[in-house]
Design a protein around this ligand. Structure first.
Ligand SMILES: O=c1ccn([C@@H]2O[C@H](COP(=O)(O)O)[C@@H](O)[C@H]2O)c(=O)[nH]1
Length: 290
């Protein structure tokens, strides 16, 4: 299997893997968020067996279709070790199908503990090994160094929270640092510095739900933008808030519940991915794209 998600790539950084799969499948990150309400909507029990069936349908429907797949780790942790076993199968299945897997685990801790999180999420020795992981910079961007180093060495990426899609984030993220920049802008700038080698090792998370006030033009790395659909953002909003502030080739809009609502039939999930992606492409570059 030679898909973007299969194993460790050989050089070129995450940038090459990302460009290849997004070029082929389009700009969209499909989330796997097995909410209890969705399991019920799909006619599944809210048990680990229901979780497994849900995840298998996602692997079949989303794995060959979406460029990036983002399992939300929390919904698997709800079921303890059995849920984590399902997460392992889900990650492996999506990577085998050629998607890049971004584990939404939002890890962040002192360096020595961060090293263990790094092994868990970004090292081939781990059954949870993914192509990228989300991270919180609240202990300082430098505390993420072990993850960034491992990601750089293995052509993976770390997506760092900068300006999140929830309203509660604003007060902290728009606060000014002693250098006069917003906290969120300082995260973006640190990520841009980490990407100076062209590897795109450091992505950022910037929600699609509101004006972010950031200059993303120097980032040279992926911008995960959650908030489409269930949180109220639209494809047109993406064009408005990112067109003048970012290189749109790096924009990776994300949606979970609005896609998963199309289940449980895998073909319907795949169709929802395609429809969402087409809406995004039309909004960002117009209907006559080649
Ligand atoms: O700022 C952020 C960061 C992460 N998320 C995560 O993305 C999905 C969104 O799910 P929807 O169903 O499309 O609302 C979810 O896993 C969040 O934890 C985010 O929404 N905002």
């Amino acid at each position: 299997m030679t898909g973007a998600g299969s194993g460790t790539a050989a050089g070129g950084g995450f940038a090459a893997r990302y460009r290849a799969v997004v070029g082929e499948r389009g700009r969209l990150c499909a989330g796997i968020d097995p909410h209890a309400a969705l399991l019920e909507q799909w006619g599944l029990p809210v048990t680990v067996d229901g979780l497994r069936e849900f995840a298998q349908a996602c692997v079949t429907g989303l794995g060959p279709t979406a460029a990036v797949i983002k399992p939300q780790v929390a919904f698997f942790e709800v079921f303890g070790s059995a849920g984590l076993a399902v997460l392992e199968e889900t990650i492996a299945g999506c990577r085998e199908a050629g998607a890049l897997v971004l584990a939404d685990a939002k890890r962040g801790d002192i360096g020595s503990t961060m090293a263990a999180y790094t092994t868990a999420w970004l090292d081939d020795v781990s059954p949870l090994c993914s192509d990228a992981v989300t991270a919180s910079p609240y202990l300082g961007f430098g505390a993420l160094d072990p993850a960034l180093a491992q990601a750089r060495a293995t052509d993976r990426a770390v997506f760092v929270l900068a300006r999140t899609s929830n309203p509660d984030g604003a007060r902290l993220q728009t606060a000014r640092t002693d250098q006069g920049r917003s906290v969120a802008q300082s995260i973006v700038d640190a990520a841009a510095a980490a990407n100076a080698d062209g590897s795109a090792t450091a992505g950022v998370v910037v929600g699609a739900t509101r004006e972010h006030g950031l200059d993303l033009s120097e980032l040279s790395g992926p911008i995960l933008s959650p908030g489409l659909g269930a949180q109220g953002a639209t494809a047109q909003d993406l064009a408005v808030i990112f067109a003048d502030t970012a290189d749109l080739r790096w924009l990776l809009p994300a949606a979970s519940r609005s896609i998963l609502a199309a289940g449980p039939v895998p073909a319907a999930l795949a169709a929802a991915v395609e429809a969402t992606r087409d809406e995004i492409e039309t909004a960002l570059i117009g209907p006559n794209r080649s």
